[in-house]
Design a protein around this ligand. Structure first.
Ligand code: SAH
Length: 419
């Protein structure tokens, strides 16, 4: 096994359980290794710290997979994946009176949060979407695909390995239906087919209809954002459904209308969705119709939220702010603080007395404490006094390792305007 030694004094984070080792912390790599190879990590003094995979091209040079020197093989992945699936059981199993599942979609594997750094798998009904983000995880692609098939028998699987992090890992994007190699006894292989169809000839659907807490959504796995849907906002959509009755709602950064549908089904009297992407808005409209929501109570606005909030003169009882991550990198934090403060300040001004705002940040570099500070400064500048009615993170299908705060990326505050 290739050994990697840390510089003096750099063992604190990995020995506490943080899964990342930055390239600057490494003193020496003993032996030749290719991107993605398995290594053992040692402190400067030679104490074993864990086993993981190494990528010399990435700033995060090592991601640890285990704290002890166990074999990283199919059996290892089987155990981790089974543990991950067990966590999600309660989300997927409650039966509705009709015998159908209330929710048939969730994230099944959440990378570092499931002790499988670089690996994401989302379930949309009977379909699976795979996203491999690192060279280390790519080495185990075939084992992972074969295990997912064995354990879940999906109708079809799709590869959406096109996250920006792949470039940092020196990997090209990989997207398309996942098919079994035809070669005799050959390993499973994946990759796009020229006609976009599977080995059996069936085409991967352009839209998959899913259920979330008895709401129905169309998901564009091939061309949508992330793997097609923001599964991490499931609980917050349910929260909004419970709060929306009789309210005039503004859903900012609406994507395909998740919060518009939940607010409408919860009894909102009018919902305005604001979104920059025309494709997302078009799907929002389809989702409204799919849930039998009359379109006359809906306003679908293609606009930049920053501008919309400045121009709009309406008042609302309930506003949802769910922007994309403004700080994807550490260097973007300053700009992100300005951005969050701006939209929150203007949204607070649009709220009636007693009105509420569900405001979110999914920037991993802005923690809950900083986000709350930003919100409090926005309130001062908006001349509003607000109460915190609650604050949440992502639901239990998006776990974060306790020692890896970066994994707890989603923050949501429910605030109410006192005056
Ligand atoms: N709340 C949604 C997910 C929102 S994702 C859900 O529950 O599904 C963020 C969305 O904001 C994306 O759809 C993106 O296209 C949109 N967006 C990004 N910047 C924007 C801007 N400046 N103005 C309007 N929409 C924007």
């Amino acid at each position: 096994m290739i050994k990697v030694f840390l510089k003096q004094g750099r063992e604190e984070a990995p020995s506490r359980g943080h899964p990342w080792v930055f390239s600057g912390a490494i003193e020496q790599v003993e032996g030749e290794i290719e991107a993605g190879g398995i290594v053992d990590l040692f402190s400067h003094a030679g104490a074993f710290l864990g086993r993981g995979y190494y990528n010399p091209h990435s700033q995060i040079a090592i991601r640890l997979l285990a704290r002890n020197p166990i074999e990283i093989d199919k059996a290892f992945f089987k155990e981790r994946i089974e543990a991950a699936l067990a966590i999600r059981k309660p989300i997927l199993s409650p039966e509705t009176t009709g015998g159908e599942r209330a929710t048939n979609s969730c994230r099944l594997i959440h990378a570092e949060g499931d002790l499988l750094p670089g690996l994401i798998c989302d379930r949309y009904g009977d379909y699976l979407v795979l996203q491999i983000n690192t060279a280390g995880m790519e080495q185990f692609r075939n084992e992972i695909i074969s295990l997912l098939k064995e354990l879940l028998a999906p109708t079809m699987m799709y590869d959406r390995s096109d996250a920006a992090t792949r470039a940092q890992e020196g990997l090209p994007d990989s997207t398309g239906p996942i098919v079994e190699a035809e070669a005799e006894g050959g390993p499973l292989a994946s990759g796009p087919l020229a006609n976009g169809s599977s080995a059996t000839g069936a085409a991967f659907p352009d839209l998959i209809e899913i259920r979330e807490n008895n709401m129905r959504f169309l998901v564009d796995v091939k061309g949508g954002q992330k793997t097609g849907f923001y599964l991490d906002q499931r609980d917050n959509r349910a929260l909004i459904k419970g709060l929306a009755h009789g309210k005039r709602v503004l859903n900012c950064f609406s994507y395909t209308g998740g919060f518009s549908i939940s607010a409408s089904l919860g009894g909102a009297v009018g919902v305005t969705a604001v979104e920059a992407s025309a494709d997302a808005l078009a799907l929002c409209k389809e989702n409204l119709m799919l849930n039998n929501i009359p379109l006359d109570g809906q306003r679908l606005v293609k606009a930049d939220v920053f501008q919309f909030l400045r121009d709009d003169e309406n008042e609302y009882d309930l506003i949802i702010l769910d922007p994309p991550a403004f700080a994807k990198r550490k260097g973007q934090v300053k700009g992100a603080i300005r951005g969050y403060k701006d939209i929150n300040l203007y949204a607070m001004k649009r709220l009636k007395k007693g009105g509420m705002i569900l405001t979110c940040s999914c920037s991993q570099h802005i923690d809950a404490g900083l986000f709350q500070k930003i919100l409090s400064y926005a309130a001062v500048d908006a001349s509003r006094q607000l109460q915190v009615l609650g604050s949440w993170g992502a639901p239990l299908d998006h776990p974060a390792a306790l020692q890896h705060p970066e994994g707890a990326y989603l923050k949501a505050f429910l605030l109410r305007v006192v005056e």
